[in-house]
Design a protein around this ligand. Sequence first.
Ligand SMILES: Nc1ncnc2c1ncn2[C@@H]1O[C@H](COP(=O)(O)OP(=O)(O)OP(=O)(O)O)[C@@H](O)[C@H]1O
Ligand SMILES: [Mg+2]
Length: 529
Amino acid sequence: MSFNSTTPGVSGETSRLALLESQLAALFEVSRVLSRSLDLRQTLREVLGVLHERARLRQGLVSLLDEERGELLISALHGQDAEPFEAVSYRPGEGVIGHILTANAPWVLPRLGDEPRFLDRLNLYDPDRPFIGVPIRCDEQAIGVFAAQPPVGAELLDDRARFLEMVANLIGQTVRLARTVEAEQQALREERDKLRREVRGSHGFDSIIGRADAMRLVFEQVRQVAKWNTTVLIRGESGTGKELIANAIHYNSPRARAPFVKLNCAALPDNLLESELFGHEKGAFTGAVSLRKGRFEQADGGTLFLDEIGEITPAFQAKLLRVLQEGEFERVGGGRTLKVDVRVIAATNRDLESEVRAGDFREDLYYRLNVMPIRMPALRERMEDIPDLARFLVAKVARMQGRELEITDSALRVLMRYDWPGNVRELENCMERAAVMSENGVIDRDVIQLTGIDLNAGAPEPSRPATAMTVPGSGAVDFNDPDLDERERVIAALEEAGWVQAKAARLLNMTPRQIAYRIQTLNIKVRQF
Ligand SMILES: Nc1ncnc2c1ncn2[C@@H]1O[C@H](COP(=O)(O)OP(=O)(O)OP(=O)(O)O)[C@@H](O)[C@H]1O
Ligand SMILES: [Mg+2]
């Protein structure tokens, strides 16, 4: 030190060197703090702390422009909670801080108290100390101000100001990143909420068609059972809407906001099924490169839908029974017992009772699952729902194809003559095929016949009373209704008359010759059922 004091020039260099060294160390520390977290207020406070400790910068302040209000608000103050200062704001151009923002340039004051524009709104600053304020920029634009006070009589103020600028640049990048992340999170939250609303809408009762008594019973059961955590077993032939009902139970239950996780048990062999359901630890088997949560864990707090439960092997039935009984399991290759809170809904199209009798399905598991059975009626047991369903499904295809589609009553009557072994799914496929076949968007009887459903294979009992063939919702056919399309009118009469032309002619007040002529000119394919 004595050497330095005798040579003032070298002393200046040395103290500058010392300053730069301490600034370098502080900058390193600041960059570490900034990269640690995206909680902006917290990080900024920590940065001010580092500058206080390492660079002897006091009364550090970060204020950021609030875009909505168009004012600078305090985001962080060293050693203080910013909250009490939330009411303090600076308009652009106002006071020292506001001026720095507008000028978008640093401002160095050797003694703060000498500056007439100094407002002292915060009542924190030491008027005897120097003051340095620099803009915080984002894409060249000033979005805030960073300011602090070096010690009384500090030299090298320009060097210090340059250092503050460097820190302000880092802060600017962090603010930009935090804002981008916040905007993205906001967008994701909105997207999630929108999807949630859509999912709720598409799994509400409105999107499940059925007014037959058998379906009303199903709806009532869903309404009742949704409230509780009871295990539900949905029975019914393929394509009757089992999955749709499982969805409806979940989305109408108190668990609606938690996950709904599905697994088709028929799709996987035992070992894969086990790791799918229970997950596996890293290295549990070849290919298990990392830990993986199973469906039970994913569904924690929500609902797990086990489709085709009748297909699992007896060995696996035992494993499943334990989770259902205890709510406990281990990941494959793991010793730790995990506990989850999951509501289970299972579905099958198998006759589980006879499988139990044959010894293929464990009786205890059967009773565990069959707490609340819901039986989905086959479509042929609720023919009266076909018109509503067909119209609903046609509207669905229309939305998909982005065009208008319409299904005629004669087409609906044809659909009601078929016994639909593939149930609603088959009807849905048939409607999609019909829509593809229909050039003008009208799905009539002929288009249905083009789809290739084998009407002769159905159950068109000739003894079925004619009333069973009328289309609900359209009422009994009035053959003299002038609004009815001529072709539809003739077809309706023919159907009513069991395709006996003379009888149909009487219904239409025509002669047999007239109706024969119409059948020919309207290109109606006469079928005998
Ligand atoms: N009542 C209904 N109202 C409207 N659409 C329905 C109805 N029932 C079933 N569907 C539709 O029919 C199709 C088959 O339904 P779902 O997949 O729920 O049947 P499933 O019983 O699970 O069949 P599978 O046993 O073949 O898996 C789905 O596209 C579904 O949206
Ligand atoms: Mg299914």
